[in-house]
Design a protein around this ligand. Structure first.
Ligand SMILES: [Zn+2]
Length: 357
């Protein structure tokens, strides 16, 4: 289930229920022109991560192909309005399926397409991709049962009474879930066709695209795409705004990877999800959050005993990230709850990482 952020977010919504409006996310599809011939598409909620389209004189390069086939088709139709050049390259920033389920849709539309991924990302896609459809289906069934039970009882799983607004949202989710599964049933999984392990550059025709591996972070194979002339960087889920993704990952190395990312000369940062960032403040904030978690955990282990002699429950109380809460969430209650959830997962990841040393 590691590559099902779609259902993870749904599960988070169910447990949080308040159904935070800010977590429900993007209701509209949003397209932003970043430079002449460079566009970013923010998808609707549950359609997948952001897609970036880079158009050269000869060829088009797409970063991430999103999750829902209908959304990928919509993107392709839009690309065809922008240019008559073919999409020759699609790059998957990492293996989570909300960034690559659209691969096959692009390949059907552009048969000469090369799909690029870091070597570790392709390995994980090959491992988790083919089975991920049946997992989505099974997990969605479980989610639907939970939602139905909530409607019948009028309560959340932990017994809180649902508001009318929340009931409406639950009903909407119950309508959406089977539709998504019906769509997904038609997906043929398509993995990457070209791998890399460090850096390489592509010239699309008067447009240089640099593909970089800056270190592990969100996954073992996070790729970053950099346009040096336009000073644009596409960061994938190394950077998710306004609350980071902490499904799995490598916090210790992630700190350094964000540091490397911040060293690129850029004033436009496309996160894996969420709106475009125009400076590096948020990258530093993410770095500082993870560094604080790692430092506090190390200090506790130094004072007591190595991680192997502890359980997570023993030590998690020694890591306090509340000073970051308002820096991420402001005074938004829903974002605050999402931050608490993510902090808990970060502490767990940090502990797991310490245990494997
Ligand atoms: Zn994602």
């Amino acid at each position: 289930m590691r590559n099902s952020p779609w259902l993870l977010s749904t599960a988070v919504l169910i447990t949080l229920l308040s159904l935070p409006s800010s977590m429900v996310g993007q209701t509209e599809r949003k397209v932003t022109k970043l430079a002449e011939g460079v566009y970013e598409i923010e998808h609707r909620e549950n359609e997948g991560g952001n897609t970036t389209v880079i158009i050269g004189d000869r060829q088009v390069f797409v970063v991430d192909t999103c999750f829902l086939p209908s959304a990928a088709r919509e993107d392709i139709a839009q690309i065809r309005q922008w240019t008559d050049k073919p999409v020759s390259f699609a790059l998957n920033t990492h293996f989570h399926n909300d960034h690559n389920f659209g691969n096959r849709i692009y390949m059907d539309a552009f048969p000469a397409l090369t799909i690029i991924a870091h070597v570790e990302t392709k390995a994980d896609m090959d491992r988790f991709g083919p089975g991920s459809l049946s997992r989505e289906e099974r997990d969605s069934y479980g989610v639907q049962q939970t939602l139905r039970a909530m409607l019948e009882t009028g309560k959340t799983q932990d017994g809180r009474i649902l508001t009318e607004e929340e009931k409406t949202e639950v009903k909407d989710m119950l309508v959406r879930q089977p539709k998504v599964i019906e769509e997904l049933k038609k997906v043929k999984f398509q993995s990457a066709t070209l791998t890399f392990d460090h850096d390489f550059n592509i010239d699309l025709g008067d447009r240089e695209v640099q593909i970089k591996f800056l270190g592990r972070g969100n996954t073992a194979g996070d790729a970053v795409v950099y346009l040096p002339k336009e000073k644009i960087v596409v960061a994938g889920d190394l950077v998710v705004y306004p609350i980071p993704n902490m499904i799995d990952g490598y916090p210790v190395e992630w700190i350094q990877t964000l540091q490397n990312l911040a060293q690129l000369d850029t004033d436009t940062i496309v996160p894996g999800h969420g709106p475009i960032l125009h400076d590096k403040t948020y990258i530093y904030l993410l770095r500082d959050l993870m560094k604080s978690a790692v430092d506090q955990m190390n200090e506790e282990l130094r004072k007591t005993a190595p991680a192997m002699f502890h359980t997570l429950d023993d030590v998690k109380g020694s890591v306090d990230l509340t000073s970051f809460r308002t820096r991420f969430a402001g005074d938004d209650k829903d974002l605050g709850e999402a931050f608490d959830d993510v902090s808990a997962r970060l502490v767990k990841l940090v502990f797991q990482e310490a245990s494997s040393r």
